[in-house]
Design a protein around this ligand. Structure first.
Ligand SMILES: [Zn+2]
Length: 69
């Protein structure tokens, strides 16, 4: 069963599972980039899939992308 996310559910998830805030007010689907505000005040864009499944819940400053060497 596919869980249907609404903007309210996403907002709740973001508030309960991260220090970031959700700024986007409309949700159109998993491929949509949502706008977040990090706890440091930086705005960043990410799909909800990445935010939730890849644990990318902060901006690139607070949580730099992993560098593979
Ligand atoms: Zn940050």
């Amino acid at each position: 069963m596919n869980k249907r996310w609404t903007i309210d559910k996403i907002k709740e998830f973001v508030e309960n599972n991260s220090d970031s805030k959700l700024l986007t007010t409309e949700y159109h689907g998993f491929s949509q980039k949502l706008l977040f505000e990090c706890a440091c005040g930086t705005h960043f864009e990410k799909t909800f899939t990445k935010f939730k499944n890849n644990h990318q819940r902060k901006c690139a400053v607070c949580q730099p992308p992993k560098v593979s060497r």
